[in-house]
Ligand binder design. Structure first.
Ligand SMILES: *Cc1c(COP(=O)(O)O)cnc(C)c1O
Length: 430
């Protein structure tokens, strides 16, 4: 069934570390051979062996409208004829920034970069430059890209591989990274009290997606806002996953809490390498060339990346029904999974917000990294493979959120639910 993928994986390992260009793709946490993808259309992926899969990764979020979405593909095609990069400003970049400002709250100024990692590391540097402080707080299990300062208890890929400390990152760097459990406001208050006038920023995934999908408990995000206001700390929402996915205005809009700086990635690029950070004018004015906090990028604002992202965001803005449809589909999937999981008798917890959802094989609520890690992740591995065999491609780790795309039909959702029923039957009896 996976013969060509196996051959490609063997060959890939001769010239690419581990055969992949990003670790979670290697299937290490679930075992087996990673699928090599040949193409994708709408809600489906096709692998090198010609197998078709219903896709719940959506390239880890960006393909919110489905793969090879025609308006985006056509825009890229047309734009490429005018050259693929200039290294000089274009009107399209202004249009992109203006569009972002009309969709997302609290964005006075926005700078485009080429990845979510770059967006987060630049936002942190800016917060440090703005406050003149070095330390910052992040939450266990939250992932903010692979910049040095963030690779402390960083969820997702690191959790998948059980990496505790990362060689190559100096003590000096990680000493400035303070961590708390997600949803633990008293712990944040304690850290702030212990480090008076030393904390530049609190960065958080306002709805976490890198330890499965984990929701902020009522009052948590509001509490962070208050702490930041009281102590002149910059509140950074990492909306690389949630931005333009939970709603046009992302988690800021959905949760009704304003951040000082916001980072974007994934959906904002429509499948091209794009990230962005933006926020309050007073802070953003510290970035070069206005201020002396340096940040730059040869391919930042690249025309092909911009036209892909712009076209995608424009669709999302002009067709707000997309968000209702996505929400309804995800709720439908949630209800269907709930039914078959309950019938299976195995303990489970389903977390969902908007079009992000995850299944944890846990008998307690999953509210932070510890409870996510405490779930039966051995069972998840078996479930993952049983689903794959039935043509459903879930994220290959229990520490990842599933992302729905709007090309999914109710028939696809029904197939996913019945595949889950069959898979559970298979793996629970083995
Ligand atoms: C994916 C992700 C990043 C990193 O983005 P890249 O484009 O992979 O560098 C940062 N933060 C969050 C919340 C993410 O999900």
């Amino acid at each position: 069934m996976y013969e060509n993928s196996k051959l490609l994986f063997d060959r890939a390992q001769q010239s690419i570390p581990g055969g992949v260009n990003s670790p979670v793709r290697a299937f290490k946490s679930v075992g087996g051979t990673p699928l090599f993808i040949k193409k994708a259309q709408g809600a489906y992926l096709y692998d090198a062996d010609g197998n078709q899969y219903i896709d719940y990764i959506a390239s880890w979020g960006p393909m919110i409208l489905g793969h090879a979405y025609e308006p985006v593909v056509n825009a890229i095609r047309e734009k490429a004829l005018d050259s693929t990069s200039y290294g000089a400003p274009t009107e399209l970049e202004i249009e992109m920034a203006e569009l972002i400002r009309t969709m997302a709250p609290n964005i006075d100024l926005v700078r485009m970069v080429s990845s979510g990692t770059e967006a987060c590391m630049s936002a942190l540097r800016l917060a440090r430059g703005y406050t003149g402080r070095n330390k910052f707080i992040k939450f266990e299990g939250c992932y903010h890209g692979h910049a040095d300062a963030f690779l402390v208890k960083a969820g997702s890929g690191l959790a998948t591989f059980n990496i505790q400390t990362v060689p190559g990152i100096t003590g000096g760097v990680s000493n400035d990274t303070l961590t708390c459990a997600y949803n633990d406001l008293p712990a944040v208050e304690k850290l702030v009290a212990e480090n008076p006038d030393q904390i530049a920023a609190i960065i958080i995934e306002p709805v976490a997606g890198n330890m499965g999908c984990i929701l902020p408990q009522p009052g948590f995000i509001e509490g962070l806002r208050r702490i930041c206001d009281d102590h002149s700390i910059v509140l950074i929402f990492d909306e690389v996953m949630t931005g333009f996915r939970l709603s046009p205005g992302g988690a800021q809009q959905t949760l009704g809490v304003a951040a000082d700086l916001v980072t974007y990635g994934k959906v904002i690029g429509g499948g091209m390498p794009v990230g962005a950070f933006g926020g309050k004018r007073a802070i953003m004015e510290k970035i070069a060339p206005l201020g002396n906090v340096y940040q730059a990028g040869t391919l930042s604002g690249n025309p092909i990346a911009m036209i892909a992202g712009y076209t995608m965001l424009k669709e999302l803005k002009n067709k707000p029904a997309i968000y209702t449809e996505l929400e309804q589909k995800t709720a439908y999937l949630h209800a269907g999974l709930e039914k078959v999981l309950r019938a299976s008798g195995t303990p489970y917890t389903i977390n969902r917000m908007g079009s992000m959802i995850s299944v944890h094989f846990s008998d307690r609520p999953v509210t932070d990294f510890a409870t996510a890690a405490g779930a039966n992740n051995e069972l998840f591995k078996k479930y993952f493979h049983a689903m794959l065999k039935r043509g459903v491609y879930l994220p290959p780790s229990a520490f990842e959120s599933w992302f729905l795309n709007n090309a999914l039909s109710y028939d696809d959702l029904d197939r996913t639910i019945s595949a889950t029923a069959e898979s559970l039957k298979e793996v629970l009896s083995s």
